[in-house]
Design a protein around this ligand. Structure first.
Ligand code: ADQ
Length: 465
């Protein structure tokens, strides 16, 4: 097996001290097995930026990071990645900012990161690039002379081609992606959307089911749903830290039932829509007042972008209004916490919650849905209410699937979960848990790399070389 070189926005951690998410767990496992490099941004800003020294953490696997200049962080990261691409990839054309300096910054950082990476690459390496920050990085290292296989995985949705086409540089971005040997998506819908973009907008053709052919380049597209380390997460849920949290919550809520929502505070996650759905439930079922409440854990993210600070105000004022209108002296329907929790604590909070509302308006996968399932007590499992627009809905069909825009639908699902008999809860949970344990973070990375490894033997690579 060849060495792998991974590029993603942020790198690590390599060892899971209870902090690593799905991406880190899967990649760390693959890196440990094969050796290699994990390259990305340090998260720091310095005047020299990418051109300054690289920070190298050496071991069997090298973690290499570089700083960004203020301009790079602003134009590439806050700008094109998070204010242009992120909204477009999540179907929110109205929120996208098309400032040209963002586009220029994006191209500049992709090229400079490629130039920084080139001297570290050895012939025989397999390169795996991650996510929307680096759509054009593969093209840049191909142009730099690297001849081995290069794969790309998109963690977000790929939108309908009509939406992607709203990007001023849509065709150029799409064409540069065709330099990858393998492009992985979370769901079949995302893969179909990308293929449709290539066929309709770029004049590509298909050769057989798997291949796209544009200007003689063969690109393999595949579906690789990401998972979590479910076994470990289930262990977290019975750790002493989790049990302490669970007791804390149960003492507080007593006879009440807790609905949990856990999301980075992001407009794709559908938090205000969720509150409206819950309010509808309270209006339709006044007998449930005082017996159920929603705990929304939403750590602030990308707080320097207007759309995010606006969302925070919207969430807080909506919760305030609903609590004011529907609450009582001893009960508030919605509680908000804008802080993060250690993963073991989070597991305990999931386990103490009778249902989870995972209702994004669009989401590549959504790992919270999988974590909630993994953390449940098999003797008394909670109910997952899941948006049909989360990638996870393609797999987790035994959840209560809802349209997050439809408050009646969300309200109906809460009512159903509130009264669901133990037998049905267990039946649904058993089916969900089997899936969460089958498609894990490790199997996701291994499956992607298997397909990428085949490229070594592919004549297409030989033709390019
Ligand atoms: P995200 O948009 O970040 O990821 P998600 O998949 O839900 O969304 O992952 C969030 C992670 O952050 C989860 O592991 C969750 O436990 C953690 N988290 C959230 N709030 C937390 C809190 N308060 N305390 C502690 N941890 C918290 C992107 C895509 C997703 C895709 C993933 C992986 O947007 O669609 O599933 O990448 O590919």
């Amino acid at each position: 097996m060849t060495r792998i070189v991974i590029v993603s926005n942020r790198v690590g951690p390599l060892s899971d001290e209870g902090k690593a998410g799905g991406l880190a767990v899967g990649l760390a496992d693959a890196l440990r097995k094969r050796g290699g490099i994990w390259f990305g941004w340090s998260g720091e800003q310095t005047p020299e930026g990418i051109d300054g020294p690289a920070h190298v953490e050496d071991g069997p696997v090298k973690l290499v990071t570089v700083d960004f200049s203020e301009e790079d962080a602003d134009e590439f990261y806050s700008g094109f990645a998070n204010q242009t691409l992120w909204p477009i990839l999540h179907y929110r054309v109205n929120l996208a900012n098309f400032e040209r300096r963002f586009e220029t910054g994006y191209d500049r950082v992709n090229k400079r990161m490629a130039a920084k990476l080139m001297p570290m690459l050895e012939s025989g390496d397999t390169v795996w690039i991650h996510d929307y920050h680096y759509l054009t990085l593969g093209q840049a290292i191909r142009q730099g002379g690297f001849e081995g296989p290069i794969g790309f995985f998109l963690h977000t949705p790929f939108p309908a081609p009509e939406i992607f086409a709203a990007l001023p540089n849509a065709r150029r971005l799409g064409r540069s992606m065709l330099e990858y040997n393998v492009i992985g998506f979370q769901t079949e819908r995302d893969r179909r959307n990308f293929r449709r973009f290539v066929l309709d907008e770029l004049g590509g053709t298909t050769e057989d089911g798997e291949l796209l052919d544009v200007d003689g380049n063969h690109v393999r597209t595949g579906v690789f749903p990401i998972g979590i380390d479910a076994e470990r997460f289930a262990e977290f849920a019975v750790s002493s830290e989790a049990q302490r949290r669970e007791r804390q919550v149960r003492n507080l809520i007593r006879e009440c039932q807790q609905i949990i929502g856990v999301d980075r505070l992001d407009y794709t996650k559908g938090i205000p829509e969720r509150f409206h759905g819950f309010e509808r439930f309270l209006e339709q079922h006044p007998e449930s007042r005082g017996r159920i409440f929603l705990l929304q854990v939403a750590p602030v993210s990308r707080g320097n972008v207007d759309a995010y600070s606006d969302l925070r105000s919207e969430m807080e004022s909506l919760a305030g209004r609903i609590n004011g209108e529907h609450g009582g002296l001893d009960w508030a329907p919605i509680r908000i916490l804008t802080r993060g929790f250690a993963r073991k604590s989070l597991a305990g909070i999931y386990r103490s919650s009778r249902m989870a509302l995972v209702t994004p308006l669009r989401d590549g996968m959504n790992l919270v849905a999988k974590e909630y399932v993994a953390a449940q007590n098999p003797d008394d499992p909670g109910v997952l209410i899941l948006s049909r627009f989360a990638g996870a809905a393609a797999e987790l069909t035994e959840a209560l699937i809802v349209n997050p825009h439809d408050d009646e639908d969300v309200s109906g699902a809460i009512q159903k979960a509130f009264h669901m008999p133990l037998g049905e809860r267990q039946e649904r949970w058993n089916a969900l848990n089997a899936k969460v344990r089958k498609t894990t973070a490790e199997s996701w990375a291994a499956n992607f790399l298997d397909v990428l490894d085949q490229i070594h033997r592919d004549e297409n690579t030989a033709r390019r070389a």
